[in-house]
Design a protein around this ligand. Structure first.
Ligand SMILES: [Zn+2]
Length: 190
């Protein structure tokens, strides 16, 4: 799927989780970093793709992307699995622990979950594509939904575009039907 669909899926999943939990007080710093972490988590698995926007924006990105691609075993490999999720989760937690002394207003727990939810949404979305996702690596089987490959989404094609619009519609419907909770969440940002 394209980065745009992943961004939307990540924020929709995160919004859903936030609205279904009892609202708690967070600082502006936490709220902002959580959204950024969620978006990074939402595209993080695609660092194994040399043409990913993630790499295209770096000066030596093309070359570095290819190198990382080889190291990670090619597209849709380790970063698209539960093992990858654990590795990224542990790594991101270590990074947050490192940043905490200089950003004491940041709630590590909330930011970490925002990242993880973004990353899980990525794997779930990719499961709907033709290539599938090797969830259970090292078991080399790529899972896909629906199980019949021809019914799945081809990245960038009209089915993905309708997926995007559908997701957007569901997100808007959900947030408007939970308007009071949504306002309440914003009232908990101090
Ligand atoms: Zn992917």
């Amino acid at each position: 799927m394209t980065a745009r669909t992943h961004d939307l899926a990540a924020i929709t999943a995160y919004g859903y989780v936030v609205l279904t939990q009892p609202a708690r007080m967070v600082t502006v710093t936490t709220a902002l970093i959580a959204v950024v972490a969620n978006q990074i988590g939402g595209i993080a698995p695609d660092i194994d793709q040399p043409t990913a926007p993630f790499w295209r924006n770096l000066p030596v990105g093309g070359y570095l992307g290819k190198l990382i691609d080889k190291m990670l075993g090619g597209h849709r490999f380790i970063t698209h699995s539960l093992i990858g999720l654990v590795i990224f989760g542990v790594g991101f937690r270590a990074l947050l622990d490192l940043l905490h002394p200089i950003m004491p207003a940041m709630d590590i727990h909330i930011v970490w979950w925002a990242f993880i939810i973004g990353m899980i949404s990525h794997l779930v979305m990719d499961t709907f594509t033709k290539e599938g996702v090797p969830w259970l690596l090292p078991i080399p089987f790529k899972f896909g939904l629906p199980p019949v490959k021809s019914l799945r989404v081809t990245t960038g094609k009209w089915v993905e575009k309708s997926f995007f619009i559908g997701l957007l519609a569901v997100g808007l419907w959900y947030s408007s039907s939970h308007y009071t909770q949504l306002v309440n969440v914003f009232h908990h940002i101090k």
